[in-house]
Design a protein around this ligand. Structure first.
Ligand SMILES: Nc1ncnc2c1ncn2[C@@H]1O[C@H](COP(=O)(O)OP(=O)(O)OP(=O)(O)O)[C@@H](O)[C@H]1O
Ligand SMILES: [Mg+2]
Length: 1077
């Protein structure tokens, strides 16, 4: 039996609107079978190259034909849907006709184009529909009367390790069972509907039915689209009658799998969640990764004895044959082209690279029908006998009667399932007449399914609501026509039953009423359900007229767009042509105060922005569950700035920094509405909890008694932990001049709100912590280079604003010096006060200062994290009486007051931080100024003394020595000043040599008068003291010296000003000019 490798194709999609808006960079290149990816963070790095069976370039080079199909422009290498079908789909088809099992699965992150390749959108049909269409077209060319075909179609989804039949409205609690056929060893889904189909149109309708069921399930919160794996299976049987009248059956099973977004497999964010073990979110996808790795190892011979872990998940059980058995298998890896998806795309390429190593042994499935039937019947007889004899269980020594009974039950259950499976297989081998009867029954059911052409004519005339979903595949699937004067929206348990029945969170029995009076459409909330509906992002409190393209959100999940074909002119003309999920979510996010513009944002900020848009609807869903289950918890999306992150992570991840380097982090804050305790969850942890919360809610809907859920199992419960009250930043610029810094810092929380103050001091010191003297001041930070440097950080005291933090407060900080492991310093916890006195200090040692240290001192800051202890305190009695909903409303009222603050602090607009930076700079300038003033005073004294002397006593040399000694004295060296002076003197000389070149308008260089000693004493006019002028040049400053009172008049004369004639030369009166080298 020949082995054949899994065929692997990669395909890169065009930029989506978001990527275009933010001017994303393309990081994928393709040439022939090669695909390369370049690292946007490191453009000089050699791009990583991969080779696949096919590398499909679908990024650009296409035009849209009149019927909406994207085709390659002449000369471009664009791979259209047809091209992909011809390479991959045709092969599947050919193999199916030969009797091979085939599998095709699409892998890639959310939004990378898996569904586009598999199913397609609109006129751009994907591999699945084209293959099905071609299947029937090829069947139609058959002229052999001894050959007949039977095609069945099934569609399922796997979410949360549960299998849902997408062709069936009712699915059992917990989903359909996956069982193993002991004879064949293969896994199958018990009771899955396999619908006979007689044409491509029937398949299309069934796919639409499946997609509609997925959409309903996803909006009812039982599942979320991109986390579910969708498996379409088509069995294709060819029954060939021989001349003797015996029949042979050639069968092929085609499994077409659209996998869940691969980034969901990354569960690192959930690290540290005490409930991690319970979650199955990614089980199937990570198990698939493990299976592929194991199979690749087996095929390459790198590891001989490996158990391939098919049994680890539902998906791998069902794909066992496709991956490591009797199947010809193809994988399409969908790639996102944009730079911000580099990590995900690289990981997809590596995944695909591993998959191509897998080898399969496909065989033609061809068997005589009567043999098949006979064997199945014999097997059935055997099973029936086993059942009658009590399941063949004797029980072994040491087993209790209860255990034996339980085993018997399990065995009986197995046998019964086996019998049913055999029966189903027998019925798959029935006669032509039986098949035809089943097909007719299925067809009449298909005919009743909605959809098709009739709807599109109605949509061009009547007003309707059309759904939006996070997954574009599920958008535009559910349509409600508003063709009557009054349309009620609500739950199906309402009396009378509403016209539009919705279920799920926050949907009231009677939720909203939509009226249509002569084309004027108005919506009003049903009594008591105000604010449970949003129109264009705003809560609906009263009757409102609807316009074309208005966005309506019922409850927390049901998003619709109002379409009024006759009123297209009423639509706001600033709206985009097509309203999609992203647009509607952005609108809500903006109203909540989150910025959604993308220009000018860093990669981290863009990722954060996408996560905000992803998480906002999830958070409102979790809030709705909290209300419905009365959990007294409220959730909120928060953005944590770079400064605040470290503290958060240190506290929640035992000192390890997570996702180092990210400047903005999206987190979810959970608040206990009764006692104000809060918790901050990383995205991963929140996704994990949300998933468990969905599960809990589903159990509630299924009628389970949730009071039995212990608090440890409850995803809403969390033991109290310390919480980050806020951060305070001290900028270290002073240290780079070896100056100390003493200040009261403002503690701000993640929203930029003031939470209190922290008194700190940072001062240079010696190795033992003894304060450095004044003389340690350096004029130029580079003077610190290559020497040891010590400084002491004092955390003195704090004043905290919120009384709930009085249980205990501590401060910690660490210095993120480059190339050095972060050293953490922390104060003790001070209890029972809001004015803790920490009296803490720590000496920080830099053994040898190098330029990175300097850079950090000059520009960096020391962040102090102020933590508050929390405990489970008794709630106020009047709060305990309120429901979660009432408590949340009360909280929201408080919250609304500070929305404006939040707006300002989004994405790096860290006002508090800016303020402290400026403040630090001013303090530093002040310190430098004071020192220079001191210095000048000394120099002026020297000058005065010199002036008092008689002309004959005035000796320049001692005077000059005294001045330079003062200027060069340790700690207050005026090197830069002196260098500047030298430069000016040189300039002056040049000017003197050619006075005519000086334009009268030219501002003369301001020479420090003290050094203009050329004029005769008599000519010196008195001048008032000038204020020091401080000029900021970027981060540095240049200060012109304060002028002395008894010094030279500085007025320009003629075209220039009084100045030394030449270096070392004499002025007109013969005095020496001062030149300092
Ligand atoms: N080759 C392509 N050409 C044009 N548009 C594409 C292509 N591939 C994907 N798209 C567009 O990108 C968007 C996302 O694609 P798609 O829905 O296929 O992603 P997905 O991988 O299935 O995501 P999910 O994991 O959420 O299901 C869709 O709007 C789709 O139309
Ligand atoms: Mg998809």
């Amino acid at each position: 039996m020949p082995e054949e490798g899994v065929k692997v194709a990669v395909r890169v999609r065009p930029f989506n609107q978001r990527e275009k808006d933010r001017k994303a960079h393309l990081m994928i290149k393709m040439s022939g079978q090669m695909t390369s990816i370049s690292n946007p963070e490191n453009p000089n790095e050699e791009p990583k190259k991969f080779s696949f069976d096919y590398s499909y370039w679908s990024h650009d080079g296409m035009v849209e034909s009149a019927d909406g199909v994207f085709e390659a422009t002449p000369g471009s290498n664009y791979a259209s849907q047809r091209k992909v079908f011809e390479d991959l789909g045709q092969g599947v088809l050919d193999n199916a006709f030969e009797g091979y099992n085939c599998s095709l699965f699409a892998y890639g992150q959310t939004g990378s184009g898996k569904s586009y390749s598999m199913v397609g959108y609109g006129a751009n049909r994907g591999i699945v529909p084209i293959t099905c269409d071609e299947l029937f077209k090829t069947m139609a060319t058959n002229t052999d009367t001894n050959k007949r075909f039977e095609v069945t179609f099934s569609m399922l989804e796997i979410y949360n390790e549960q299998v849902r039949d997408l062709l069936s409205r009712e699915n059992p609690k917990g989903g359909l069972q996956v069982r193993q056929n002991p004879k064949l060893g293969l896994f199958y889904v018990e009771g899955l509907k396999k619908v006979p189909v007689g044409s491509y149109v029937e398949i299309e309708k069934r796919m639409d039915q499946g997609t509609a069921n997925r959409t309903v399930a996803s909006t009812n919160m039982n599942a979320t689209s991109s986390r579910a794996h969708t498996v379409v299976s088509i069995t294709f049987d060819q029954i060939i009658k021989s001349e003797t009248g015996s029949e042979t059956k050639k069968s092929s099973v085609m499994n077409l799998v659209d996998l869940a977004g691969s980034e969901r497999a990354d569960s690192t964010g959930a690290t540290g969640d005490r409930l991690k073990e319970g979650a199955n979110i990614n089980k199937s996808l990570s198990a698939l990764g493990n299976v592929i790795s194991a199979l690749a190892d087996l095929s390459t011979g790198s590891k001989k004895k490996i158990v391939v872990p098919y049994r680890d998940s539902v998906l791998t059980k069902l794909l066992q044959n496709a991956l490591g058995g009797n199947s010809k298998t193809i994988m399409i890896a969908a790639l996102s082209p944009a730079d911000i998806n580099y990590d995900e795309t690289l990981s997809t390429l590596r995944y695909a690279d591993r998959a191509k190593k897998i080898k399969n042994k496909a065989v033609i499935n061809e068997n005589p029908m009567d043999k098949l039937i006979r064997e199945l019947k014999e097997e059935n007889d055997r099973l029936k006998k086993a059942m009658e004899s009590g399941g063949m269980i004797e029980g072994s020594a040491g087993m209790s009667p209860e255990e034996i009974e339980r085993m018997k039950k399990e065995m009986e259950e197995e046998i019964r399932a086996q019998l049913m499976a055999n029966q189903a297989m027998l019925s798959e081998n029935d006669s032509k007449e039986d098949w035809d009867a089943k097909l007719r029954a299925a067809q009449s059911e298909t005919d009743e399914l909605k959809g098709g052409g009739s709807q599109s004519t109605r949509r061009s005339k009547e007003p309707y609501l059309i759904n939006l979903n996070e997954d574009p595949m599920l958008s535009g699937v559910i349509c409600h026509f508003l063709d009557t004067e009054k349309t009620t929206v609500g739950r199906k348990d309402a009396q009378p039953i509403p016209n539009v029945c919705l279920s799920g969170l926050s949907i009231q029995k009677l939720h909203a009423i939509i009226t249509n009076k002569n084309g004027k459409i108005e919506i009003s909330p049903a009594p008591g359900s105000a604010s449970k509906t949003k129109v264009n992002g705003l809560p609906l409190s009263d009757k409102k007229e609807l316009s074309h393209k208005d966005r309506i959100l019922f409850g927390s999940n049901h998003m619709y767009v109002m379409m009024i074909p006759k009123h297209t002119d009423t639509a706001d003309n600033t709206l985009p042509n097509v309203i999609d999920w992203d647009f509607a979510q952005k609108e809500i996010a903006e109203i909540k105060g989150f910025a959604t513009h993308s220009l000018g944002l860093t990669k981290d900020q863009l990722i954060a922005q996408e996560q905000v848009l992803e998480m906002l609807p999830m958070v409102s869903e979790v809030n709705a569950v909290s209300e419905e289950l009365d959990k007294r918890k409220s959730f909120e999306v928060v953005l944590i700035s770079a400064a605040a992150q470290e503290g958060v992570d240190v506290s929640s991840n035992n000192g390890t920094r997570y996702d180092e380097g990210s400047s903005v982090r999206v987190m979810v804050k959970m608040t206990n509405l009764l006692n104000g305790n809060t918790w901050l969850w990383q995205r991963g942890k929140f996704l994990n909890r949300r998933y468990l919360i969905q599960d809990l809610y589903q159990r509630f809907l299924d009628g389970d008694d949730l009071s039995k859920v212990s608090k440890e199992e409850d995803p809403f419960w969390e033991p109290p932990e310390e919480v980050l009250i806020g951060t305070a930043n001290a900028f270290l610029q002073s240290l780079s001049f070896a100056l100390d810094f003493d200040d009261q810092l403002i503690i701000t929380d993640y929203k930029g709100q003031e939470e209190g103050t922290l008194d700190v001091r940072v001062a240079p010191c010696d190795a033992k912590g003894k304060p450095a003297d004044d003389e340690s001041f350096v004029e130029d930070p580079s003077e610190l280079l290559n020497k040891p440097f010590y400084f002491k950080v004092f955390v003195k005291k704090a004043e905290i604003n919120k009384s709930r933090f009085s249980r205990g407060i501590r401060v910690q900080f660490s210095l993120p010096f480059p190339n050095k492991k972060t050293e953490l310093a922390q104060t003790q916890i001070i209890k029972n006060t809001l004015s803790p006195d920490f009296d803490f200090s720590k000496v920080i040692t830099i053994n040898k200062v190098h330029s990175d240290h300097l850079k950090f001192l000059e520009n960096g800051c020391l962040t102090f994290y102020v933590f508050g202890m929390q405990e489970d305190t008794r709630p106020e009695p009047n709060l305990s009486k309120l429901t979660t909903k009432e408590l949340r409303q009360r909280n929201n009222m408080k919250e609304n007051a500070d929305t404006t603050v939040r707006r300002k602090t989004l994405f790096g607009n860290d006002i508090a931080s800016d303020q402290s930076h400026l403040k630090a700079e001013v303090v530093l300038l002040q310190r430098k100024h004071d020192r220079l003033v001191q210095k000048e005073r000394r120099i002026q004294e020297i000058c005065k003394e010199w002036e008092k002397k008689q002309e004959g006593e005035r000796e320049f040399e001692p005077f000059y020595r005294a001045v330079s000694a003062a200027a060069f004295s340790t700690g207050t060296r005026l090197k830069t000043r002196v260098q500047m002076l030298n430069q000016m003197l040189r300039l002056q000389r040049a000017v003197k040599m050619d006075d005519s070149s000086v334009s009268p308008q030219l501002n003369p260089p301001v020479l420090p008068p003290i050094l203009r000693t050329s004029a005769a004493p008599g000519s010196i006019s008195r001048q008032k003291t000038m204020d020091p002028s401080i000029v900021l040049q970027g981060q540095k400053f240049v200060r012109s010296l304060k002028t002395g009172s008894d010094l030279t008049n500085n007025k320009p004369t003629g075209g220039g000003q009084q100045r030394p004639t030449s270096a070392g030369g004499n002025t007109s009166n013969g005095s020496k000019a001062c030149v300092i080298q």
